[in-house]
Design a protein around this ligand. Structure first.
Ligand SMILES: NC(=O)c1ccc[n+]([C@@H]2O[C@H](COP(=O)([O-])OP(=O)(O)OC[C@H]3O[C@@H](n4cnc5c(N)ncnc54)[C@H](O)[C@@H]3O)[C@@H](O)[C@H]2O)c1
Length: 262
């Protein structure tokens, strides 16, 4: 019997998903995609607007949602946020690590603080939230699914911008994904990553607004002829969170309009 497309990800309904960096951009878009499959949504972000974003998801998709102010670099903040999520929505079994930052600066000038901030948010923050999700799953006695947001920048060097700390942090996320996938497969927690190319979001807009010729330059390097929209990631993320991908572990899937294929 062929399964109807409308039911294919129905295992997501009623599960609780934590999305870091969920106040806006790719994180928010991925949260909306899960909410359309009736997953309960917890958005974690340093931005105060995270509560409005959660309300917007609740309004649009009629699922329970909560927005929690949290800093992924602070283990106390992460633990408090996961505790609030458990009390409000139930124990989380899905995590999308989308919180991230980048800087464009010549490496010869980058301060230690600036380097450290990118590593702390993109790599250490990802680890701390993976750990919090695993602890929640272990306490609840169930498995889970984690999707880390890496980048094509884990594999290729961006041009013309200089972003060494970003490259290093995302390469770390890719290996962290494999390490945790192997370590946690026996306890039923699947860990995968997605590695987007150039996507339209605040992260890229901060550069294209200051350098209008940049968007055109990037577009010319993308075989698909356009930058990605946040919605381009949605189906892949839903698939990775669902038990439909239950044998898919420790992978990072590039989704970049063939940028890295050239
Ligand atoms: N936009 C792209 O082209 C692109 C490409 C590849 C990968 N990515 C990755 O996608 C993810 C989302 O990026 P985006 O493009 O939506 O950018 P964005 O700037 O719109 O969103 C990032 C979010 O992370 C939050 N954040 C930053 N520091 C935080 C912290 N310490 N604790 C909690 N939240 C924090 C921000 O407040 C923001 O809401 C990032 O990991 C980024 O590296 C983006």
């Amino acid at each position: 019997m062929q399964m109807g497309w409308t039911k294919v990800f129905e295992d997501l309904a009623g599960q609780v998903a934590v999305i870091t960096g969920g106040a806006r951009g790719l994180g928010f878009s991925m949260a909306q995609a899960l909410a359309r499959w009736e997953t309960k949504i917890a958005l974690l972000d340093v931005l105060a607007e995270v509560k409005d974003s959660a309300e917007a998801v609740q309004h649009e998709c009629a699922v329970e949602s909560v927005g929690v102010a949290a800093d992924v670099t602070d283990d106390g903040s992460v633990a408090a946020a996961f505790s609030e999520v458990s009390h409000t929505l139930g124990s989380p079994s899905i995590l999308i690590n989308a919180a991230g930052v980048t800087i464009w600066e010549d490496s010869i000038d980058v301060s230690k603080e600036s380097w450290q901030r990118v590593i702390d948010i993109n790599l250490t923050g990802t680890f701390l939230c993976c750990q919090a999700l695993a602890r929640a799953c272990a306490a609840a006695g169930n498995g889970g699914a984690i999707v880390n947001v890496s980048s094509m920048s884990a594999r290729v060097v961006n041009l013309p911008q200089h972003q060494a700390s970003y490259h290093a942090s995302k390469a770390g996320v890719e290996m962290l994904t494999k390490a945790l996938a192997v370590e946690w497969a026996p306890i039923g927690i699947r860990v995968n990553a997605i590695a987007p190319g150039y996507m339209l979001s605040e992260m890229t807009r901060q550069f294209t607004t200051a350098n209008p010729e940049l968007a055109e330059r990037w577009r010319n390097m993308i075989p698909a002829g356009r930058m990605g929209e946040p919605a381009d990631l949605e189906a892949l993320v839903v698939f990775l969170c669902s038990a439909r991908s239950s044998y898919l572990m420790g992978q990072s899937i590039v989704i970049d309009g063939a940028y890295t294929a050239v």
